[in-house]
Design a protein. Structure first.
Length: 296
């Protein structure tokens, strides 16, 4: 059990982690800080945190586990604010959806203290952001990717593995580079496509009429287009190198489909569709242990 959890960023992710640790009996007290005082006050009123801290540094003080749950663009400022209290016996984690930029920032800002940091990415989320939507079960049955640095203390990596496992998550480890390449393909590109596709429909002269006719398939396909704009702005910019590699691959696949449609070639079109359909069916069967599609 931890004596105190310090949460920096009392939104959906940080709030859900706090609730999960409380429900599992893993923490005695939760101290939270958010840039907006109204957020920490709401978090306290909802029982997500026990004490509202006036600064990120005060949220870290006396904590033996710290979760940094801020937008990836705010990671550097957060590290700078707390670095003087980053101690080797305290477990520091983040929840950022990109990892190379976070790791590079940690090395640059924390320097010799970087061994206390275990970068983490829980593959969980909701379209609705904010602490009001925090859920103790958010991470249950979901994957959490750890991307420790060579300098990261092995005992803290194990402690991070144990705490995520204790709240029901499946923990995997990979390098920051492999993480960002993989999630550009399976999470970041799908969000980008959803944003582009919904915008293309909405901005047509008859777009409103078309949307009135849309059914469950359209709803499911465009669900993630309702995701938090600021969060996804930061993610797509932070991982732009890998994302643009994936957009090029997507354009190639789309061009192939468009070519056979223009040519009126039914067999070639069916072959391309069949390849995708069979691949999707096989993936669905083979992913029974996988913890669901990226929600963040």
């Amino acid at each position: 059990m931890f004596n105190q959890l310090g949460v920096i960023g009392c939104g959906l992710m940080g709030g859900s982690f706090a609730l999960a640790l409380k429900r599992a009996g893993l923490v005695k007290r939760v101290v939270g800080y958010s840039k907006s005082p109204s957020t920490t006050e709401l978090a306290k009123r909802l029982g997500v945190i026990d004490v509202a801290a006036e600064s990120a540094l005060l949220a870290v003080a006396s904590s033996d586990i710290v979760l940094i749950a801020v937008p990836v663009a705010a990671t550097e400022a957060t590290f700078k604010a707390i670095r003087h209290l980053v101690e080797p016996h305290v477990l520091f984690m983040d929840v950022g959806s990109t990892k190379r930029d976070v790791v590079d920032t940690a090395r640059r800002v924390l320097k010799e203290r970087v061994g206390a940091f275990v970068p983490a990415h829980p593959i969980a989320g909701k379209e609705s952001a904010g602490v009001a939507h925090a859920d103790a079960a958010l991470y249950a049955g979901r994957q959490v990717i750890l991307t420790p640095l060579p300098q990261t203390a092995p005992e803290l990596v194990q402690k991070a593995t144990d705490v995520w496992s204790a709240i029901g998550a499946q923990v995997l480890k990979m390098t920051p580079e492999n993480h960002d390449a993989a999630f550009a393909a399976v999470s970041h590109l799908p969000h980008l496509l959803a944003f582009a596709y919904f915008s293309a429909i909405m901005n047509q002269p008859a777009g409103r009429d078309y949307l009135s006719l849309a059914g469950p398939g359209f709803r499911d396909f465009t669900r993630i287009a309702a995701s938090d704009p600021a969060v996804w702005r930061d993610i797509l910019l932070a991982n732009r190198e890998e994302v643009t590699k994936q957009t090029q691959r997507f354009r190639h696949a789309l061009d192939a489909l468009e070519h056979v449609i223009r040519a009126g070639n039914p067999q070639a079109l069916e072959d391309l569709i069949r390849g995708a359909a069979e691949g999707r069916s096989n993936w669905q069967i083979g992913s029974a242990r996988g913890g669901g599609a990226p929600g963040k």
